[in-house]
Write a protein that binds this ligand. Structure first.
Ligand SMILES: CC(=O)N[C@H](C=O)[C@@H](O)[C@H](O)[C@H](O)COP(=O)(O)O
Ligand SMILES: C=C(OP(=O)(O)O)C(=O)O
Length: 372
């Protein structure tokens, strides 16, 4: 099955499965290949990685900060990320291997350079992760491409999701999907807010809705499918005991296989199952009932704040700028910055504002630095 069949609404009774290898490969190419093979054997349609150009995604100070964590692969966050990043040659090798065994291969574009990189690689679709769901500079650029997009919505409000849809519409982009997502690793049932899948389907009837889940186990992802998710993405690992921030919320090959098999049994069409039927079909239970609680509005949840503080993007100076300078679009870059600047979402609102202080390259730009 092709993602485009799902996104273009030609197929609404099947689910496209993305095995998110992300950075669970431990920086090891051979392990990444083994993971690709096991994901294919488990029945997944696609394997996904995360592509970053570190200097484009992070400010110098964010890269230089100490990363003291049991999940760290280096003394600084930059060293840690560098260790986990595959080179262009390695991407080409992994892509060729995926082709050989007939499984789709792609990655999330975590900055504009990485978007270009993935376009050059001719991936079947590009993922925009939650960290960039309010990066409208990246979204506008991606919307112009003739490549399908899968856009996650963790750490965002409904207002931002509406703006994403508007951005796609303004660009005439039709082949994209929105993923319900909560950016907490793992996500507890009370935070999963699965009913938002139904809400998304109601508000955006022409958009394919999917689910990028970070909860433990497979039950709640099955419920997500019954509520209307037609693309499923789960982090995946060969062994959850390995080192890495995402390991705990990942599925091992056997769980991934079971998820795919269970979902194949469902009778699906364009209509979400009523909540009572979801409970009954999946044999109820407290976790399921909690994850299915009523929710109408998408908000940034307290459980998402650690991820937002760590990986949320904000506005920084693209180059040194002097006091009195009037901001133009190219003066600003959207990066992970510690400390952070104005939220990425305000990028276009800052155009034309005057700086009241000198700012160095990569320095965060905050409201107090601007003449109002
Ligand atoms: C928001 C976002 O990008 N989240 C990604 C996708 O879910 C994650 O895989 C992060 O890259 C990962 O959790 C970061 O872990 P560390 O900070 O240990 O490299
Ligand atoms: C951050 C990512 O995904 P999500 O927001 O769906 O967890 C990603 O795909 O890199």
């Amino acid at each position: 099955m092709y993602l485009t069949d799902i996104i273009k609404g030609k197929v609404d009774n099947s689910v496209y499965f993305i095995a998110e290898i992300g950075q669970n490969h431990q920086g090891c190419l051979e392990m990444a290949k083994k993971m690709i093979l096991e994901a294919k054997k488990a029945g997944c349609h696609c394997v996904k990685f995360q592509k970053s150009d570190l200097k484009a995604k992070f400010t110098r100070s964010a890269l230089d900060r100490e990363y003291i964590s049991e999940n760290s692969w280096g003394k600084t966050y930059g060293e840690h990320k560098e260790y986990l990043e595959f080179s262009k040659e390695q991407y080409i090798e992994l892509q060729a291997y995926s082709r050989e065994i007939n499984v789709d291969f792609t990655a999330s574009a975590m900055d504009e350079n990485s978007l270009d990189f993935l376009v050059d690689l001719s991936v079947p679709f590009i993922k925009i992760g939650s960290g960039d769901a309010n990066n409208f500079s990246l979204l506008r650029k991606a919307a112009k491409l003739d490549i399908p997009l899968v856009i996650s919505t963790g750490m965002q409000t409904m207002d931002t999701v509406e703006k994403i849809v508007q951005t796609m519409e303004d660009a005439g982009k039709k082949d994209y999907a929105l993923m319900h997502c909560v950016s907490a690793y793992p996500t507890m049932p009370e935070d999963c807010n699965l009913q938002l899948i139904r809400v998304f389907k109601g508000r955006f009837p022409n958009v394919t809705i999917g689910y990028s889940g970070h909860e433990l186990g497979i039950l709640l992802t099955q419920a997500a499918v019954l509520l209307g998710a037609r693309i499923v993405e789960r982090h995946y690992t060969l062994d959850k005991n390995q080192k890495g921030s995402d390991q705990r919320c990942s599925l091992e090959p056997q769980e991934l296989r079971e998820l795919v098999e269970q979902v194949k049994q469902f009778e699906l069409n364009n209509n979400p199952y009523p909540t009572g039927d979801v409970m009954q079909k999946l044999n109820g239970g407290q976790d399921l009932a909690t994850a299915l609680q009523d929710v109408r509005e998408k908000e940034i949840l307290p459980c998402e704040l650690p991820c937002r503080n760590k990986l949320g993007k904000s506005i920084v100076a693209a180059r040194s700028l002097s006091k009195g300078h009037i901001l133009e679009p190219t003066d600003m870059a959207i990066k992970v910055s510690h400390p952070s600047g104005e939220t990425a979402e305000n990028h276009f609102n800052l155009i034309g504002k005057e700086l009241i202080v000198d700012v160095g390259e990569d320095d965060p730009i905050t409201g107090s630095m601007l003449f109002i």
